[in-house]
Ligand binder design. Structure first.
Ligand code: PMP
Ligand code: GLN
Length: 404
């Protein structure tokens, strides 16, 4: 096998916890996928696409109707006209978008800075390109809100070396649901520009922001469009995670490089889902401009319900300002139930495995989103997801009351 796979494993939190939840018939608040149906308009649009014979390859860089719809939808937020044919690439989910982006910009030996917690495919993508991930953890000193996780800009700057190629951020961040403020993004942008770096901005959860938070696109800040690769996902925006349709918006030279990778990984993302998502964005623009605002309101109700149930079970939540995940503090649960120090297994993993088997609820151990050196920072938390029907959250909440 190729040496670059030496330190990689096919086992991941996803391959462990979804099958485990199924095996124990647990209520699955682990992997983030909705258990409710997508909206009828998007389902109808997909069936119409198939029935109207849009079943062959489409334009490799992105189905024309979709890139037009994405450019029309996002131009205002970028504060500029997005060229649909040169500045948008459609790929098989944000996952391929992240992979293709890293392949397009990272040379062997280059370093890419990741903010912890990071989405778990980021470091693997960097290693597959021959690069090295460098980690900067968010700092948390107590508090009940995702904004209590803060980025220390001195630490960020100290991680930059002559080999640094890019910084990757995720806003809203899976996990803890932090929505980066304009001021925070301006500081990151200033550092990126001063060190002549690229910024990869994973914004798959941008439609889900709560309370007073607003999502700001780093690429909209002065002189940042030229050096930012913005990534989005229809799976999240329209609750169709199985469609695996995502996109990159970036200046032409970066988009073209990412397209070269995509052209040879997949050639094109699948046609019917691209057509359906285009119809979805067109409909929002014409008939339902508050669609994503209302989506956030719906998710906020689910967030509040889950947080309430967690609080009452003694698992204090860090209330997320965005995304559909909550970190919950497990330190009040008596460790004699689940913790075996001698096993050498991280505490959050031991808790999450016990929770599936004994309580019947699946969650994700967040240390999967940390480097080995920093995994201890979240050992007293697990991640629950709330992109679920109210009744699913209520049933899980009931089971969790056994922890009191
Ligand atoms: N980025 C983040 C932060 C995610 O949580 C996910 C989860 N799916 C992805 C990227 C991948 O998105 P997709 O399903 O569109 O590949
Ligand atoms: N992004 C989702 C999560 O964090 C799904 C992960 C995946 O499908 N690999 O739960």
């Amino acid at each position: 096998l190729a040496q670059r796979l030496n330190h990689l494993s096919a086992q991941s939190v996803w391959t462990e916890f979804t099958p485990l939840a199924n095996q124990y018939s647990a209520i699955n608040l682990g992997q983030g996928f909705p258990d409710f149906p997508a909206d009828k308009f998007i389902i109808d649009a997909a069936s119409n696409a198939v029935l109207n014979h849009l079943n062959q390859y489409t334009r490799s860089m992105g189905h024309v109707r979709l890139v037009n719809a994405l450019a029309a939808h996002f131009s205002d937020q970028f504060g500029r006209h997005i060229d649909p044919l040169k500045e948008v690439v459609v790929l098989m989910g944000a996952t391929e978008a992240l992979y293709a982006t890293i392949q397009a910009i990272v040379n062997p030996g280059d370093e890419v800075i990741l903010i912890e917690p990071f989405y778990d495919s980021y470091p693997v993508d960097i290693v597959l390109a021959g690069g090295t991930p460098k980690y900067v953890p968010l700092r948390y000193e107590g508090g009940e809100n995702s904004s209590d996780f803060t980025l220390n800009f001195q630490e960020l700057e100290a991680a930059i070396t002559s080999k640094t190629k890019a910084i990757m951020i995720n806003t809203p961040q899976n996990i803890p649901g932090k929505v980066y403020s304009r001021q925070e993004l301006e500081k990151i942008a200033e550092i990126v520009k001063r060190h002549d770096l690229l910024l990869i901005s994973d914004e798959v959860y941008e439609p889900m922001v709560y309370d007073q938070s607003t999502h700001v696109k780093p690429a909209s800040l002065p002189d940042m469009f030229e050096r930012t690769i913005t990534i989005g996902s229809a799976g999240k925006s329209f609750s169709v995670t199985g469609w695996k349709t995502g996109w990159v918006i970036a200046p032409p030279h970066l988009s073209e490089a990412i397209w070269i990778v995509h052209q040879n990984v997949a050639f094109t993302a699948n046609t019917p889902s691209q057509e359906a998502i285009a119809v979805g964005f067109e409909r929002i623009k014409k008939e339902d401009p508050d669609y994503f605002k209302n989506l956030s309101k719906d998710f906020q109700k689910k967030r509040d319900l889950l947080c309430d149930r967690l609080r009452s079970a003694g698992l204090n939540p860090i209330v997320p300002q965005g995304s559909y995940f909550v970190l919950a503090d497990i330190s009040r649960v008596d460790e004699k139930h689940y913790f075996d120090e001698k096993s050498g297994v991280a505490r959050d993993y031991q808790f999450a495995r016990w929770l599936v088997k004994e309580i019947g609820v699946a969650a994700i151990p967040p240390s999967a989103f940390y480097s080995r050196d920093n995994a201890h920072l979240v050992e007293n938390f697990v991640r629950f997801c709330f992109c679920k029907k109210e009744e699913t959250i209520r049933s899980a909440g009931e089971r969790l009351q056994k922890l009191k």
